[in-house]
Design a protein around this ligand. Structure first.
Ligand code: 5BU
Length: 256
């Protein structure tokens, strides 16, 4: 199915919006922007904005975070049209994650369209996040697999994560995983650990190509970080390159 056909099937508003943006901008590229200053963060977002469907953040790595940054980020979101995914990887009991999601310095629920969580604590983590996120029209991705070497999220853990998602279809929009996990098209699959030039970093990250991820493994969205903004890179040229390779792989998959 095409992204636009998929978009019409989602009941969750965020999942629908994501695929509408993908189709409209013709990009299945999400940028993982792991820089540590506001200036770099905003400059790169503004440069790469036209080529991405989603901006993935780690808001707690910014050394000079303030509320103004969120306002500036929202302006760039309106300018370029992308969803914001805070890769917070919640991992605690429902009551705790509820506060971590909505309170503290970052107030993630106020600006992040998408968040993610480990399934490790059991269904309560989803219920806690849902209490905050569902009324705000947000969506949750469950971490069914990880890209790092030696990840324990495999086999029966991955299967149980898929089952958990199916019990919370109103709020769980999909998975972080290396491949499409279900035959049906009810969930979004987003895949990190994507790179064209290197196969690993020195700390356990493992890279696969967009073609492998989208065409061979049936994922929906490629998440690329240092492949785009790494040292000495022309971020616009790299974003275009990943967008093109990711989109060509999709077109090949649907037989276009
Ligand atoms: P990279 O620079 O393309 O390696 O960045 C990958 C990003 O995706 C980074 O923000 C990680 O925190 C994130 N990530 C990942 O690499 N692998 C995973 O399994 C998950 C998230 Br979940």
């Amino acid at each position: 199915m095409t992204y636009s056909e998929r978009a019409t099937k989602f009941t969750n508003k965020v999942a629908r919006e994501l695929f509408e943006i993908v189709e409209r901008k013709k990009t299945n590229l999400a940028l993982a922007l792991d820089v540590t200053t506001k200036q770099e963060f905003l400059n790169i977002t503004d440069s790469v904005g036209p080529y991405i469907c989603c901006l993935k953040t780690h808001i707690d790595i910014l050394v000079d975070f303030d509320d103004e940054l969120i306002e500036q980020l929202k302006r760039l979101q309106a300018k370029h049209s992308f969803l914001i995914f805070e890769d917070r990887k919640f991992a605690d009991i429902g009551n705790t994650v509820k506060h971590q999601y909505s309170q503290g310095i970052y107030k993630i629920s106020e600006w992040a369209d998408i968040i993610d969580a480990h399934s490790l604590p059991g269904d309560g983590i989803v219920s806690g996040l849902k209490e905050v996120g569902l009324p705000l029209g947000r969506g949750l991705l469950l971490l069914a697999e990880m890209s790092s070497k030696g990840s324990l999220a495999t086999g029966s853990y991955t299967d149980a994560t898929v089952e958990m998602a199916q019990r919370h279809k109103d709020f769980v929009i999909g998975f972080i995983a290396g491949r499409k996990l279900l035959m049906n098209d009810d969930f979004v699959t987003m895949t990190p650990g994507v790179g064209l030039d290197v196969t690993k970093d020195g700390l356990g990250q493992q890279y696969r190509t967009p073609r492998d991820v989208i065409l061979e493994s049936g994922s929906d969205i490629i998440i690329v970080g240092r492949g785009i903004y790494g040292s000495g890179k022309d971020v616009i040229a790299e974003a275009r390159r990943y967008r093109d390779v990711g989109w060509n792989a999709y077109e090949e998959r649907i037989g276009k």
